[in-house]
Every structure is written in structure tokens, then in C-alpha cells.
Design a binder for this molecule. Structure first.
Ligand code: F6P
Length: 341
């Protein structure tokens, strides 16, 4: 078989580990051939390919980003996009595709499968908000980076008797905030799933100051106050169609300073959470996803995504994985609330 591989959406530590596992097992065990598609769905749409042999995947296991490049191109929003993909894939002699991506990329994979192309999906997102899988690779790395940042910010906050607001990624789901906040011992964790009461947050922060501790507030980029601050919604894109970061964190630090009378600072971690080398956990998960994805392709089982269930890798229909986002359930948030204030 000749197999095309692509990575779409925001990049994520572990993408290269998936590509390496797919190619290594595909070539060495099954004798398949590979073509790399550049920049997500833009690759098959515009016929942008690059070689993807064993020598191309040497030494990439620990490297962050993706050697294939990425984009958020959606062929279903382009006139004649699907026909162009079909044509380019046929011209390149491709029998099947491995699409590594989040909800958008895998949503396209599902529709292309319905439209007759053979696609197997691999779930990727630092946000961990894909249904159908217990965890996505990249999440552990992002949480580790955010936790280290919280540990570091705590010592400077304590030295200066300041509140430190740490804004982490997560537009629709607060998994990174929840896990890094728990791991870093945050005094307040704010997530998109639950609107927060700014008076209550200020009271917790003040209480912490009264005990002579420096409060740490972890806020997901998509968290919103229950009233006021609506203009800060991070769901809106800026004039370039880019995601806005920093809105809620900067607003929150200013509000807390004003309401508590104590100095506050905001640190927006942004893309630091996505860059660099994956943790050992993410390398292993990404590698296992890659090995199981090429098995599915080899067996001709398309329209599925590989997924982690407990400690097993299973196949789930792409439809199930892309039906709705996996957000933080109230009972998980309640576990963290015990530590607020
Ligand atoms: O990968 C998902 C994500 O990290 C979100 O948490 C964040 O809102 C978004 O990507 C940022 O996207 P971009 O890199 O396009 O600014």
C-alpha cells in the first residue's frame, strides 16, 4: 500500500513520535510505502507532498512540533475542495490516509471517509478535549510545563507578596487548568465549563493574603465571569482570525488588585505549553497510537480513530470521537474546589 500521512490543527508534542511509529511499523513490518502531506489538509488539497521514508523519521521521537507542518485548512470550506483532494490523492497513487489531529482535522477525516476515502484518525490535542479517548498525547507535556511554571511563579509571588494569575490554554475545556492547578497547588482554578463569581474569587484571594501566603490563580483562556467581562470572551477571533490569548488573565489580575488592594501580576503561558520535547508519557502514548493506527490501515479498517481506554489502545468510530467535545465534568471540578481559598 501507499499511505499518505498528515498532521492538522495546532501542533502538539508527540506528533513526530506518531509519524515515526506509523512509518517504522508500516515499512518494517508490513512493507508499505509512505508519502508525507504538508500542512494538514492543505497538503492533499494542493498536492503538497514530501518524502517520508525510514531515514526521514530517524531522530524525531523526542522532537516537538511536526516534521510535516500543520494548518487549520478545512477542505469542506473550499469550493470543490473534496474533489481536489480525491484527484490529488489518486494522482499520487495513495491508497489510504493517516490523519493526526484534533476535533476539526478528525471531523474532516470522518466526512472524507463518508465520501469514499480510506482514512484512519489519530487523536491529538494538548487540550485533552477529544471524546472517545481517555487521554490525548501532548496533554501531559502541557500540564508538566504549566505545573513547572506555577512552581516557579509561586516563589516570586511569595517574595513580593503578590497574587499571580497564570493563564493556561483551553478555550472550551479546562483540563490543562484543572490538572496543572491541582499539581501546582493553586488556590483557585477557573475553567470554561463553570462561570466564576469575581466577588468569590476576590474573597478567596484576600483570605490567602490574610494568612500571609501569596495566592496562585490558574485560569483557562476560555473561563468567563458570571457577570461583567463579557467583552473578554476568548471564543472570538481577532482581526486576523487568530485565537486571542491573555484577555481573561490580564482582566482578572487587574480586578483582583483593585478588589483586594494587593499587587497582582498575570503570566500568559500561551504557546510555551505546546512547544518543545514531549514527556516520556506522551512519547509512549503517541508511539502506541501510531503502531495501532498503521495496524488499522493495514487491515483496511477505515473511518476509525485509535483511542486510549484505560491502558488499552482501541479503535472507535470517527463519528463518536468528533460528536462532541469532552469537557471537565462537575464532579471532577468539585474535587479541586476543596483546595480553593
Ligand atoms: O491546540 C489547541 C489550542 O492550544 C487551544 O488551547 C488554543 O486556544 C489554540 O490552540 C491556540 O491556537 P493558535 O496556535 O492558532 O493561536
Amino acid at each position: 500500500m501507499r499511505i499518505g500521512v498528515l498532521t492538522g490543527g495546532g501542533d502538539c508534542p508527540g506528533l513526530n513520535a506518531v509519524i515515526r511509529a506509523v512509518v517504522r511499523k508500516g515499512v518494517e513490518t508490513y512493507g508499505h510505502e509512505f508519502v508525507g502531506y504538508r500542512d494538514g489538509w492543505k497538503g492533499p488539497l494542493e498536492g503538497l507532498t514530501r518524502p517520508l521514508g525510514l531515514e526521514d523519521v530517524e531522530d524525531i521521537l523526542a522532537r516537538g512540533g511536526t516534521i510535516l507542518g500543520s494548518s487549520r485548512t478545512n477542505p469542506y470550506t473550499v469550493d470543490g475542495g473534496v474533489d481536489r483532494i480525491r484527484e490529488n490523492v489518486r494522482a499520487a497513487g495513495i491508497d489510504a490516509l493517516v490523519a493526526i489531529g484534533g476535533e476539526d482535522t478528525l471531523g474532516v477525516a470522518k466526512r472524507l471517509t463518508d465520501d469514499g476515502l480510506g482514512v484512519v484518525g489519530v487523536p491529538k490535542t494538548i487540550d485533552n478535549d477529544l471524546s472517545g479517548t481517555d487521554y490525548t498525547f501532548g496533554f501531559d507535556t502541557a500540564v508538566s510545563i504549566a505545573t513547572e511554571a506555577i512552581d516557579r511563579l509561586r516563589t516570586t509571588a511569595e517574595s513580593h507578596h503578590r497574587a499571580l494569575v497564570v493563564e493556561v490554554m483551553g478555550r472550551h475545556a479546562g483540563w490543562i487548568a484543572l490538572h496543572s492547578g491541582l499539581a501546582g497547588g493553586a488556590n483557585v482554578i477557573l475553567v470554561p465549563e463553570r462561570r466564576f463569581d469575581i466577588d468569590q474569587v476576590a474573597a478567596w484571594v484576600k483570605h490567602r493574603f490574610d494568612q500571609e501566603y501569596a495566592p496562585i490563580i490558574v485560569v483557562a483562556e476560555g473561563a468567563q465571569p458570571s457577570d461583567g467581562g463579557e467583552a473578554l470572551q476568548s471564543d472570538e477571533l481577532d482581526a486576523f482570525g487568530h485565537v486571542r490569548l491573555g484577555g481573561i488573565g490580564i482582566w482578572l489580575a487587574a480586578e483582583l488588585e483593585q478588589r483586594t488592594g494587593h499587587e497582582s501580576r498575570c503570566v500568559v503561558l500561551g504557546h510555551i505549553q505546546r512547544g518543545g520535547t514531549p514527556t516520556a508519557y506522551d512519547r509512549v502514548l503517541a508511539t502506541r497510537f501510531g503502531l495501532h493506527a498503521i495496524d488499522a490501515v493495514h487491515e483496511g479498517e477505515f473511518g476509525v480513530m485509535v483511542a486510549l481506554r484505560g491502558t488499552d489502545i482501541v479503535r472507535v468510530p470517527l463519528a463518536e470521537a468528533t460528536a462532541e467535545l469532552k469537557t471537565v465534568p462537575p464532579e471532577r471540578y468539585a474535587e479541586a474546589e476543596v483546595f480553593f481559598g
